[in-house]
Write a protein that binds this ligand. Structure first.
Ligand code: BG6
Length: 475
């Protein structure tokens, strides 16, 4: 058998893409709740269009999402039926600290997740908890400017400490911040940042990054102090860059683009800023405010394991204007003619997953965890909600084979695998419901119509068999 008997098989979701119940149980709005459906979504996500509350004339998919707030018992039951060993989920920050700077946590919010963890435990499913997955309480955005403000470190660590204490013994695996490098590409999503005219965006983004990196290190320390059994990971939006040609400058461009993401993980896993980043700050005259104690904070608490999402590889060139662009998971790249694409133009590359695993393992020498991977596709259900999703099975099968090769042939240390959107949910980039990833179909459309009924797709039983055989039976 290739994989360890304790290999953690499962699936992943995020609060803002599943829960709904946005104003229930004492919860208040977060940045992510005000991302509208439609063409303004991108501008809001990038921090170029201010949106601080729900406005007339817009549809906000996160408002109800798939209403997991009221369906979680049924949903966990389905995950358990597939034999999940782990369920990656996130906590909604504003469900626990509705304003973010509250003195006391919201008991109803804390209790909600406690019930979920107890239910998971009853089914023998280990939670893998992301403390923040693209969410910042909107009050912290309005009042403090989001993560550009150093005060966010205190608000985040208070929140982290609260949940780490409360769920001690129920949760062992923690991720501090989802896809931390997204901050550079979608600053409002990744950091609750809205830009003002004429601001130095690069400087603000890296200042916010500094705050997040400190907050992540402090949360790691708190987690270890509370319970030495806790394992804390960082999380990268992964997918390495290929040079479009073997021209040295294209290869150099690929290294540079990889480093935009590695920058964060270099700090979180190695405990210090890489020289190439310090040189960049100097060269581009970015003034990043750092306090004397910061170096020590970062050095004291590197993460225990490294996690990443993987959907596609990316292709770059020093001369991008010469080529056709492909869309990708939030980053633009050149279309790689050697690879097929999804309906959303993301390029399917299973071997790229093995390559990424090797690059990350070579670089950090820490256990890895693939916490997102999957195919966003249009599903056509029959009258019972059954979907014959062979395309999804095919995608997942190839990616599972790729990570098995990384373990068996290359010796990469891999803790587990959670497919993205194990139950259909709203897409982060577009807000669409029609971009589905799940083993479980949810009856809801892009406009918010539908019964929310859950039904099993063909991939449901397929994944169940994959888990039961510990990845040996892929056909
Ligand atoms: C990752 C995020 O970027 O990719 C998820 O962590 C997101 O929140 C996933 O849903 C897939 O992207 P999309 O846009 O298809 O939902």
């Amino acid at each position: 058998m290739t994989l360890d008997k304790n290999f953690l098989w499962g699936g992943a979701t995020a609060a803002n893409q599943t829960e709904g119940g946005v104003l229930e149980g004492g919860r208040k709005l977060a940045n992510i709740d005000v991302l509208p459906f439609g063409e303004d979504r991108k501008k809001v996500a990038s921090g170029d269009l201010e949106m601080m509350e729900w406005k007339q004339g817009y549809y906000y998919p996160a408002k109800e999402a798939i209403d997991m707030y009221h369906h979680y018992m049924e949903d966990i039951q389905l995950l358990a039926e597939m034999g999940f060993k782990v369920y990656r989920m996130s906590l909604s920050w504003s469900r626990i600290f509705p304003n973010g700077d509250d003195k006391e946590a919201n008991e109803e919010g804390l209790k909600f997740y406690e019930d979920i963890f107890n239910e998971l435990k009853r089914h023998g499913i280990q939670p893998l908890v992301t403390i923040t997955h693209f969410d910042v309480p909107i009050h912290l955005v309005k009042e403090y400017g989001g993560w550009r403000n150093r005060k966010l470190i205190d608000f985040y660590t208070q929140y982290a400490e609260t949940v780490l204490r409360r769920y001690q013994g129920l949760v062992k695996y923690w991720l501090t911040i989802n896809e931390i490098n997204i901050l550079l590409h979608q600053p409002f999503v990744g950091g609750g940042i809205v830009f003002k005219e004429g601001e130095n965006k690069e400087e603000i983004k890296y200042q916010a990054a500094h705050h997040q990196l400190l907050a992540s290190a402090l949360a790691t320390k708190i987690a270890h102090d509370i319970d030495p059994e806790n394992k804390v990971g960082c999380m990268l939006a992964g997918g390495s860059h290929y040079p479009y040609t073997c021209r040295p400058e294209d290869y150099q461009e690929a290294i540079k683009r990889d480093r935009e993401g590695y920058f964060f993980i270099d700090v979180q896993a190695r405990g210090k800023y890489p020289n190439y980043a310090l040189k960049k700050f100097e060269r581009e005259e970015l003034t990043i405010q750092m306090e004397p104690e910061d170096k020590e904070i970062l050095a004291a608490s590197p993460v225990d394991f490294v996690t990443f999402s993987y959907y596609c590889s990316r292709t770059v060139s020093a001369h991008p204007e010469d080529y056709e662009q492909a869309t990708g998971n939030l980053f633009a790249s050149i279309k790689n003619k050697n690879l097929p694409s999804t309906e959303w133009g993301w390029q399917i590359d299973p071997l790229g997953l093995r390559n990424s695993l090797n690059q990350l393992y070579d670089r950090y020498q820490k256990p890895l965890f693939i916490v997102e991977n999957g195919l966003g596709a249009i599903d056509i259900p029959d009258e019972n909600g059954y979907v014959e999703d062979d395309y999804r099975i095919d995608y997942l099968k190839k990616h599972i084979q790729a990570f098995k090769d990384a373990v068996e042939i290359d010796g990469v240390e891999l803790l587990g695998y959670t497919t993205w959107g194990c139950i259909d949910l709203i897409a982060a980039s577009t807000g669409q419901m029609s971009k589905r990833y799940g083993f479980v179909y949810v009856d809801r459309d892009d406009e918010g119509n539908g019964t929310l009924k859950r039904s099993k797709k063909k991939s449901f039983n397929w994944y169940k068999q994959v888990i039961a055989s510990n990845g040996e039976l892929l056909d």
